[in-house]
Structures are given as structure tokens and as C-alpha cells.
Design a protein around this ligand. Structure first.
Ligand SMILES: *Cc1c(COP(=O)(O)O)cnc(C)c1O
Ligand SMILES: [Zn+2]
Length: 393
């Protein structure tokens, strides 16, 4: 039997997302202190690399391991995340006259959301760097996912979550053995408490985009979309945006695939659409030039969208502009009726964040920003089963 050689990561260094100053990948990094912005991972990519030779035959997103930052295979902490299905919503297509309505269902991931992708890479890298205690401010799903991966890695986990978060999100953290701290307020208030713990206990902060590797995990959604659609990307992608990691990650993947020659240099990339909760829409307000005070943003049933301050705001708005995308808000009631309509018609119980996409899409069609004959892909980021008792109007 011929042994296949182990595939190595092509990750080479990190750069500041603002000024391109480089940072070492084999040292513990958080964000770019030169400009107070997120760091991004750079890979040694070259357009002669054929897809096949770079892709691992694996049942998880670690299929893209050469394009992820974990250098030694033994450090990978995986619970089978990724490789999620793309489902066609036939009934809604017919009823509303759409030509092609697709959903990538991230609700089937470990711990019920796409946060598993980010945490799988972040905790693997933390293990590789010898980190023994991770702390995270979270609106819900990221805390549950981090708890699970830390449990699997044997790393201590501390989760700081708003006290109004549904009990299922709180309990899962405790079941996975994490220390849970509840804070009256939103995720930005949790961020202040988490920073204090990081300081006092010399723990590592896994806060959105203040840790460079969750972005890499979420980028695998972009690779999967391209592969599942036979390298012919949709016209438009709708994304329920909180901290924006997934949106930025998908866009990063598209550009890496162009550098690799997997997408043609003149490939038409999808328009990236930000959908936010009416109660908390800082990205929509920023892009519309209508910035509001942070204190005006409130909680939402879509807790993943209740993010009043996005550390990656510049990167998010750049993706929307570069892609020719747009922004839209949806209120909580419409999200719930969106979830229910999709569940009845398609048999998929999405998170309210997913429900916001369906209602947001109808608004954008009405507004003339999306046409019914385009190829539309919605990213259902989470599983509705975690919100059951809250899906009432
Ligand atoms: C965290 C979360 C979001 C927002 O994700 P970002 O990539 O940080 O914008 C959306 N939906 C769900 C279900 C989430 O848990
Ligand atoms: Zn910089």
C-alpha cells in the first residue's frame, strides 16, 4: 500500500487588516495593535495548485486543512463540523416565483450553529500554542460551541453571556463543563467583563475578530459553497450579520480561490447582503451613513444579531461595497413568522437569524435590489431547536 503524504498547512503569517504590517503565526496573537484592527491569516497560494492535491478526503471542513492555520495535524480538535448540505426550497420557489432559492443549512453543525466551524479552528490553534484557559463574551451560540471544543481539547472555558439569553444556551455551556458568567446587558457589556478575566487570570480572549482563527474556520463556508455549486457561485448571498465573521470569511475564501486558480480571475462574485435585526442594526446604520448611539441598540430573539459594536465594521462594509451588495433589517415578529413559514413549507426549522433572511429577501425583492430570477443563497446559520420556547408571537 502506498502511503499518501500528510498534507501541510500553507499558512505563513498574519497581517493587520488595515496597514498590512505582518505578525508571526507561531506566536500567540490577538488583534493588530498597530491599528487596533483584526488580523488576517495569509497563505502561500499559487495559481498552479490544483484543487485535488490540496483537498483532504475528510468528512468535515478539515477537508480544507491545507488552507487552515493549524500546522500540526495532531492539534486538530474536530467534532465533525462543516460539510453542511445546500438545500433547495422548492415550495417557496414555486409559491413566490423564484427561479433558484437555495439554503446552506448550518443548523446541522455540532452545537447547532456555524459557530462550531470558528471554534474548531480557534481551539485547535489554542491547543497548538499551548493555551490552557479560554474566555469568550458571547450572545449565545459561540459560547456553547467554545465550551464543547474546549471540553474536547481539555482546555478550561469561561463563557460570559447576557443574563436574558434563553436557558438552553446557558445550560449547554454548563453541560460541557464551562464556567458561566451572566451579565445584565448585551455582548459588548460581556466583552468588558471578559477582558477583565483575561487580564486577571492571564487567560486567552476568543472574542470575535480579536482572535484571528475563528475567521478561518468560518471561511470554510465559502469553500464549501463553491465546491457544492460546482465552482459556479450564486448571484447573491444573504447573511445574518452580527460580528460579521462569516461574511468576511466567505469573501476571503472567494479571493483565496481566485489566487489558487480554482475560480477564474474574471469570475463574477456574489453580491453579499447583510441582514440585521431591526432592534440592533449597527452595520446597516453605518453603511447607510446613519450611525446611532450604541445604547440605542436592544436585544433581539435572533441573539446572534444582537451585537451593538462590531470590531470588524470596516471589513464588513468593505465586503458589502466591493461585492455590490446591500443591507436590510427585519423585526423580531417577522423573523418568527419567517421561521414558521419555512418550517411548514420546507421542513427545515431555522434559527430566527435564518428566518430573518427569508423575510429580508422578500423586502429586497420588493425594493428591486434582488430579482426573482437570480440564483439566491441564504446562509441559515443556526438550528431553531435551541429557541423552541421563544418562537411564539
Ligand atoms: C453568531 C451568529 C450570527 C452572526 O454571526 P457573525 O458571523 O458573527 O456575523 C448569526 N446567526 C447565528 C445563529 C449566530 O449564532
Ligand atoms: Zn496596522
Amino acid at each position: 500500500m502506498i502511503e499518501t503524504p500528510a498534507l501541510n498547512s500553507l499558512a505563513s503569517y498574519l497581517t493587520c487588516s488595515n496597514c498590512n504590517t505582518s505578525y508571526f503565526i507561531n506566536e500567540v496573537q490577538s488583534y493588530a495593535h498597530c491599528c487596533d484592527r483584526p488580523l488576517v491569516v495569509k497563505y502561500a497560494l499559487d495559481s498552479d495548485m490544483s484543487g485535488k492535491s490540496l483537498l483532504e478526503d475528510s468528512d468535515s471542513m478539515w477537508r480544507y486543512r491545507t488552507l487552515l492555520p493549524v500546522l500540526e495535524q495532531k492539534n486538530i480538535v474536530s467534532l465533525g463540523e462543516g460539510k453542511t448540505p445546500v438545500i433547495r426550497f422548492n415550495s417557496l420557489e414555486n409559491q413566490y416565483g423564484f427561479s433558484s432559492l437555495l439554503v446552506k443549512d448550518e443548523g446541522v453543525n455540532p452545537t447547532g450553529s456555524f459557530k462550531a466551524r470558528g471554534q474548531s479552528v480557534a481551539i485547535s490553534k489554542a491547543k497548538e500554542l499551548g493555551i490552557s484557559h479560554c474566555v469568550i463574551p458571547t450572545a449565545g451560540n459561540a459560547g456553547g460551541a467554545m465550551s464543547a471544543y474546549c471540553a474536547a481539547a481539555g482546555i478550561k472555558a469561561t463563557v460570559v453571556m447576557p443574563s436574558h439569553t434563553p436557558i438552553s444556551f446557558q445550560q449547554e455551556c454548563e453541560h460541557y463543563g464551562a464556567e458561566l458568567i451572566l451579565v445584565d446587558g448585551l455582548i459588548n457589556h460581556c466583552g468588558v467583563v471578559a477582558a477583565g478575566i483575561v487580564e486577571r487570570e492571564s487567560a486567552f480572549n476568543i472574542s470575535t475578530l480579536k482572535e484571528p482563527y475563528r475567521l478561518e474556520g468560518k471561511k470554510t463556508m465559502g469553500y464549501e459553497i463553491a465546491e457544492q455549486m460546482s465552482w459556479d457561485l450564486p448571484d447573491v448571498i444573504l447573511y445574518p450579520t452580527g460580528g460579521g465573521t462569516g461574511l468576511i470569511g466567505i469573501w476571503k475564501a472567494f479571493h483565496e480561490m481566485m489566487d489558487l486558480g480554482w475560480l477564474k480571475p474574471d469570475a463574477k462574485l456574489p453580491r453579499m447582503v447583510v441582514v440585521q435585526a431591526e432592534n440592533c442594526a449597527p452595520v446597516v446604520d453605518f453603511i447607510n451613513g446613519e450611525e446611532k448611539p450604541v445604547s440605542s441598540y436592544k436585544e433581539s430573539i435572533a441573539n446572534g444579531l444582537a451585537v451593538p459594536v462590531a470590531f470588524g465594521m470596516d471589513m464588513i462594509s468593505q465586503v458589502v461595497k466591493e461585492s455590490g451588495g446591500t443591507v436590510v433589517t427585519v423585526n423580531d415578529n417577522d423573523m418568527i413568522s419567517g421561521v414558521k413559514e419555512v418550517a411548514k413549507k420546507e421542513g427545515v426549522l431555522m434559527a430566527p437569524e435564518g428566518g430573518s433572511l427569508w423575510k429580508g429577501l422578500l423586502k429586497l425583492v420588493e425594493r428591486g435590489d434582488i430579482s426573482r430570477d437570480e440564483r439566491i443563497l441564504m446562509m441559515n446559520t443556526g438550528n431553531g431547536y435551541k429557541y423552541l420556547e421563544h418562537l411564539v408571537q
